[in-house]
Design a protein around this ligand. Structure first.
Ligand code: UDP
Length: 322
């Protein structure tokens, strides 16, 4: 049957993907350097602590296991941080991806699913389609764009297939409350709102001078289990069809920072204090997906991305780890 290599399988999204693959009885190999992921969230599969920048370590894994597909999630993924750690972002995201692609070619691996990001798009003001032009405005988005290009040219030259998934804003937690967001240095909006409630301190709104409905940034928030489901669906598709695609993974619904604060306050029946601070570097004002392509080609629709369910599951998880 062949095994699935999941890079970054100890991370927030990776751990949800691994959980689902295991439920579907897949054989899973995981590599994660545990820079942000945690070993305790790898509950299935064979785990290797390692770095995708270390090609000889990757080589050993590929030689010892018959890997049929790769799900490549390992990456540095923070917009603001990417400007302060340009070399690290390029090395980990781009060099790591080249190492993986080289080994896929060497070991004749047939499929790759790649975690890309809506950060590849840059400034947009309407629902974004996959064939809109790519014009990233932050280093993180640039690295993801380069990786997409690499995957496409390797695929053309070496005849393997890919599905590139451009995630919009991953959020929420496992409905069984076994997994969720758990980072040392949290920068994401929803967990930071929860922290502000817990500490009774205001959450920062990064900029209230954007050209959006309420002048705060608009994003498209998708539940992490829907993201995991899309990986499984993509994998099943690639195993049956020798075709490659790029898909957005979002909800088509734009929510501003203030919307998220209000929904949280409403769902939890708690007051959320906030203050307006400066814009954060690299933040596009508006990122909302068109989802019609993945619906049409993979017949994929979201199941868990109602914002109230996102907040409920994320809050339950937050309380269980804090
Ligand atoms: N944001 C904010 N305050 C925070 C964290 C985030 O106003 O403490 C904003 C951020 O500027 C962006 C949105 O919330 O517009 C989502 O940010 P997050 O870091 O969660 O995800 P990103 O969109 O950067 O992937």
């Amino acid at each position: 049957m062949g095994k699935i290599l999941v890079t970054g399988g100890a991370g927030y999204i990776g751990s949800h993907v691994v959980k689902l693959l295991n439920l579907k009885k897949k054989e899973i190999i995981i590599i994660d350097n545990l820079s942000t992921g945690k070993k305790k969230y790898v509950k299935n599969g064979i785990f290797f602590k390692g770095d995708i920048r270390n090609k000889s370590h990757l080589y050993k894994i590929f030689s010892n296991h018959k890997i049929k597909s790769v799900i490549h999630l390992a990456a540095n993924c923070l917009v603001e941080e990417s400007h302060n750690k340009i070399d690290e972002y390029y090395e980990n995201n781009v060099v790591g991806t080249i190492n993986l692609l080289d080994l896929m070619v060497k070991f004749k691996v047939e499929n790759i699913i790649f975690s890309s990001s809506c950060s590849v798009y840059g400034y947009k003001s309407n629902k974004i389609k996959e064939d809109d032009n790519l014009n990233p405005i932050n280093v993180y988005g640039e690295t993801k764009k380069v990786c997409e290009e690499l995957i496409q040219s390797y695929s053309k030259a070496y005849k393997f297939n890919y599905i590139i998934l451009r995630y919009f804003n991953a959020c929420g937690a496992d409905l069984e409350n076994n997994l969720g967001e758990d980072r040392e240095n949290e920068t994401h909006l929803i967990p930071l709102i929860f922290k502000s409630i817990q500490n009774n301190k205001p959450v920062n709104i990064f900029g209230k001078d954007y050209k959006t409905r309420d002048k705060t940034c608009v994003r498209d928030y998708i539940h992490v289990q829907d993201i995991a489901r899309a990986h499984f669906k993509s994998l099943s598709f690639l195993r049956k069809n020798k075709k490659s695609f790029i898909f957005n993974l979002g909800t088509e619904k734009g929510l501003s920072v203030l919307d998220i604060i209000n929904i949280t306050s409403n769902v939890l029946n708690k007051k959320v204090r906030y203050k307006i601070s400066n814009r954060r570097k690299g933040d596009p004002p508006y990122l909302v997906a068109s989802s019609s392509k993945i619906k049409k080609k993979l017949n994929f629709t979201n199941k868990y991305s109602d914002p109230r369910l996102i907040i409920k599951t994320a809050w339950k998880w937050f309380q269980s780890i804090n």
